[in-house]
Design a protein around this ligand. Sequence first.
Ligand code: ADP
Ligand code: MG
Length: 483
Amino acid sequence: MSAAASGWEVVIGLEIHAQLATKSKIFSGASTAYGAEPNTQACLVDLGYPGVLPVLNEQVVRMAAKFGLAVNAKVAPRSIFARKNYFYPDLPKGYQISQYELPIVEHGELFIRDADGNEKRIGITRAHLEEDAGKSLHGAVEGSSGIDLNRAGTPLLEIVSEPDLRSAADAVAYMRKIHTIVRYLGISDGNMQEGSFRCDANVSVRPRGEEALGTRAEIKNLNSFRFVERAINYEVERQIDLLEDGGEVVQETRLYDSDKDETRSMRSKEEANDYRYFPDPDLLPIEIDDDYIEAVRETLPELPDAKERRFIDDYGLKPDDASILTVNLSLADYFEAVAEATSAKPQAVANWVIGDLVGALKRDSMSIADSRVAAADLAVLLDRIADRTISGKIAKEVFEAMWNGEGSADDIIEARGLKQITDTGAIEAVVDQVIADNPSQAADYRAGKDKLIGFFVGQVMKATQGKANPAQVNELLKKKLAD
Ligand code: ADP
Ligand code: MG
């Protein structure tokens, strides 16, 4: 039985790790570039050798402040770094530098739409700066595991939500929103395959109407929206089954296995005091004054919600389309560039961008940045529909040809002889011929079978290779068939 249909309420809080898009690490000058040979980008500071000192990269402070302002949070005038102590092979220094008490960002919020389309506020408890650990490489070395420390010291912003999410769909909507925001701000590339954007999902259930939170399990390191959705759904079912069978949920860390589509226990959950957090004696507090915050505020771009609103208000787009277009800043920019350059209606532009352009990008696994049809060129194509040089249907063919590199819309229309026939005399001749060739259909139409108009339009279009102006064809057919 689904959770929604049962007497249980689902409660979820996400801890999202966004890798900050700096060139160098959070406390050292080593490069953060992805994909280097293992262990070529970890310096003595990243490894925590004795006698070296971390120096904070100012960029990360600016980026965290930017995020804080974008989610309407408080950017702390003073925050501190702490050492979180634990042993793991990918953490040779024995502690991770993070923030514990006094994080840089607190008390934020954002809004998502739930399954019924209602707006819902999700609290952001905090966002803190920390360094990433290294990575174990299983299978890279025969018979043993390797450790790649390139990622050690990579800057992360950990964004912690309130337990305000009530379903896997809520969790995905929230994570997508954060993903969109960090990319708009340019503070993270959000690349999930490369691990630059991932989350831990804390999941519990409680009897509907119950105030107290149930015991939660934390599912670690989910790096795709699909996995977040599946892992949570699996976990919810598991907990409900367990409780209904008289069992108890234990607080623990679990791993999601995407091959088996299940979560598995990894270890019992540590309590904060297991980590022996203490302020890092090697790092000064981060102090931020109002001038700094105001200067950062000046650099904020138009944010996704505001852009979505503007696309609806100024361009008259359908809300769903405005939402699709603004999820990705490059797509939103592309749409605007076309809309500004063409005389076609903005909604028609949106239909083409969302349908044909995004369709072609998906088919060829490309991103908007590599689009094979530039915004200015699509604008010309849409102008040719608007000025009735070609029909919308023929335009699809021209678009495909443009995508395949055959030239501009005008070149293709010319080369393939696709210009619409708008000469009434020419169309009339074809219409007369089609009616003469189909006497029984014409008789049926005249006897009241109105639907047959579609048949006649189809015949005329076929005879003109789709080039007759559809509105004129319709009009002439109706006139002639009425005679
Ligand atoms: P930890 O110190 O173990 O990371 P936190 O209190 O910081 O725990 O919470 C981590 C995340 O878990 C937050 O997103 C929070 O909203 C969520 N959370 C806490 N308790 C529950 C619960 N009972 N059910 C679901 N999520 C929870
Ligand atoms: Mg945590």
